[in-house]
Write a protein that binds this ligand. Structure first.
Ligand code: SF4
Ligand code: SF4
Length: 353
């Protein structure tokens, strides 16, 4: 990715990660079933389907995104990262075969995002050389914090899964979804994750889509002040412990340029019902830009997310303005206080020693 150094001390470099012109990411939901019912789950069966893709279809769709001809900006499979998701992807009995197919096709990197239950003996069925990262979702440093969000027993199972994976030599990362339910615990995560053998730590912010949107759970959302007072400092702590850490930019400073990933990057959020979104904030609505029909990737006619990305508004992100206007603050003259950054824009902290 193109890196813009913003601030650094002797050991840690903080950068805004700009969208990379020559890479693309395939977020491949191979099923939507899951054993857990997390409070902030974004899976919406009405919009994303309830089916499990069979292995032949998974292979065909992997091949589809390994070709360059569906896009005007030519990308190759060797520039494409694939992230297997669900639901819980390890519930899929043929995940190991899907991983091997992606490797054989030459994808740049392969990641599996898991809730840590590691079904179907997945650690015994793949080797560390076949997958770049196993990424574990953990939302608290204790079961008292994590389990009310992710489900009874999930802390113990997930941390055990991380230990087993690390022991077997897998590279592991961890995702923490920050909300009012766990933000105060975030500073405790870096030490725990370091001890569990985590090398990359991704801090996410809760989005009002999926479950939180249906349950009107907006009291989970963080204010700018809550976010600023805890997240950057925790990320610094993680980086000081030697972990690579990223967190969403969320708001832009006055002089920072706005860019919409839907226009300048290539991200595909593929669901098992064939919907393909290019912006995650659109996933609760039938406005996907593309769809897979009979194993072909097709552009959908307007109006889709693609046309909405074109709108230039002072608030920055169009989808936040449309779907989450409560995220935007205006002063007494009606001017925006802070522009909303693209949800795909990240800050990263890297230890340079
Ligand atoms: S583990 Fe993932 S897919 Fe399953 S309920 Fe939680 S957030 Fe949703
Ligand atoms: S989050 Fe906003 S800025 Fe980012 S891709 Fe979606 S519409 Fe564009």
């Amino acid at each position: 990715m193109t890196l813009n150094p913003m601030k650094s001390n002797s050991k840690i470099q903080k950068r805004t990660v700009e969208f990379k012109a020559h890479s693309r990411n395939l977020f491949f939901h191979i099923l939507t079933a899951c054993n857990l019912r997390c409070r902030h789950c974004y899976i919406n069966p009405e919009q994303h389907g309830t089916n499990t893709l069979d292995i032949d279809t998974i292979k065909k769709w992997l091949r589809l995104f390994s070709l360059a001809d569906h896009s005007s900006s030519i990308k190759r499979v060797s520039d494409t990262n694939v992230i297997f998701l669900g639901g819980e992807p390890t519930l899929h009995p043929d995940l190991a075969e899907a991983i091997r197919e992606a490797r054989q096709l030459g994808y740049a990197s392969i990641t599996v995002d898991t809730n840590g239950y590691l079904f179907n003996h997945i650690l015994e069925r793949i080797s560390p050389s076949e997958v770049d990262y196993l990424s574990f979702s953990l939302d608290g440093s204790t079961k008292e914090i994590n389990d009310p969000i992710r489900g009874e027993g999930s802390y113990e199972t997930c941390t055990l899964g991380m230990k087993n994976a690390a022991q077997k030599g897998f590279a592991i990362s961890s995702i923490f979804t920050a909300s009012r339910a766990n933000i105060q615990d975030l500073p405790n995560m870096p030490r725990l994750l370091k001890n569990l053998g985590v090398s990359r730590f991704f801090i996410q912010v809760i989005g009002i889509r999926g479950n939180p949107a249906h349950q009107k759970d907006s009291d989970l959302q963080l204010s700018f002040e809550e976010w600023q007072s805890i997240v950057p400092e925790t990320a610094m702590k993680a980086a000081e412990l030697g972990m690579y850490c990223t967190f969403p930019k969320v708001f832009l400073e006055e002089n920072e340029p706005f860019a919409c990933a839907g226009l300048v990057a290539e991200n595909y959020f593929v669901f098992p019902n064939g919907r393909v979104y290019t912006c995650p904030l659109c996933e609760d609505y039938p406005i996907h830009a593309l769809e897979i029909k009979e194993n072909k990737l097709l552009k959908r006619p307007p109006l889709t997310e693609s046309q909405l990305f074109q709108l230039k508004i002072p608030e920055g992100c169009v989808m936040n303005r449309l779907f989450h206007p409560g995220n935007i603050e205006y002063d007494h003259k009606g001017r925006i206080v802070r522009k909303i950054a693209c949800c795909m824009l990240k800050e990263e902290l890297v230890s340079t020693t």
